[in-house]
Write a protein that binds this ligand. Structure first.
Ligand SMILES: Nc1ncnc2c1ncn2[C@@H]1O[C@H](COP(=O)(O)OP(=O)(O)OP(=O)(O)O)[C@@H](O)[C@H]1O
Ligand SMILES: [Mg+2]
Length: 210
């Protein structure tokens, strides 16, 4: 026979919401500006909010969030807001990095590969940050062949080094294209270990043509 405590536990488990952690209150209260002007954009904001909540709560293993899809649909627009939301969480003492002796403020960087990965040491430097946003991981593809190939290999190197670290990225490429044009291991990592990946379908038009 079940004890009262067991019955109470069962009762609570039945009534608890599916995701009992839910969206962090700071993230829920943040003034997100993202218009869902096409059904293909519905997944974007919930994924972003869930990822921010996981960051603030130090919830591994969902370390990566990638937004892939057409140009002008708001990928960079929303990921810049993620950085603002998390900076504000730090300012309010809600998001800190635990250390052996206490805690410290997180180090965050926003980088554009074709500009910021020109130095061969850059992938290693950026691998040390607590959280980075790599804007347009396919950007090297539009450069001339030599520079484009170097940028792509630096993006791949950086992502290899960031396998266990909070990393945001967006691209004009889908996962299949990343597999062929960038790196097969990166493409597979985008979906593995609970990494969040949102692919906006190709029929979603530019925001300014909506
Ligand atoms: N869903 C959206 N809600 C509100 N504003 C949007 C949205 N999508 C785009 N915009 C507006 O359009 C501008 C361009 O969007 P953004 O730069 O985010 O596109 P992108 O998806 O990153 O494209 P690209 O792949 O070319 O970098 C934004 O600065 C913003 O003003
Ligand atoms: Mg962009």
């Amino acid at each position: 026979m079940q004890s009262t405590a067991q019955l109470l536990r069962t009762d609570r488990a039945l009534t608890a919401p599916a995701d009992d952690a839910g969206i962090h209150p700071h993230v829920a209260a943040w003034p997100w500006r993202f218009e869902v002007y096409h059904p293909g954009l519905r997944e974007v904001l919930p994924a972003v909010q869930a990822w921010c909540s996981a960051v603030i709560r130090h919830e591994p293993p969902r370390r990566w969030l990638s937004l892939l899809g057409p140009s002008g649909v708001g990928k960079t627009h929303i990921l810049k807001q993620v950085l603002s939301c998390l900076r504000s969480a730090t300012a309010r003492g809600l998001w800190k990095i635990p250390t052996a002796t206490g805690q410290r403020s997180p180090e965050v960087a926003h980088l554009i590969p074709a500009v910021d990965l020109q130095d061969f040491r850059a992938p290693r430097d950026y691998s040390r940050y607590d959280l980075i946003y790599i804007e347009d991981i396919g950007s090297g593809a539009t450069l001339d062949k030599g520079a484009g190939a170097v940028t792509r290999s630096r993006v791949a190197e950086l992502l290899q080094l960031r396998s266990n670290k909070w990393t945001l990225m967006d691209a004009n490429l889908y996962r299949r294209e990343i597999e062929h044009q960038l790196d097969g291991r990166i493409a597979s990592r985008l979906k593995r270990d609970g990494s969040w990946m949102v692919e906006v379908p190709p029929e979603v038009g530019d925001y300014w043509d909506r």
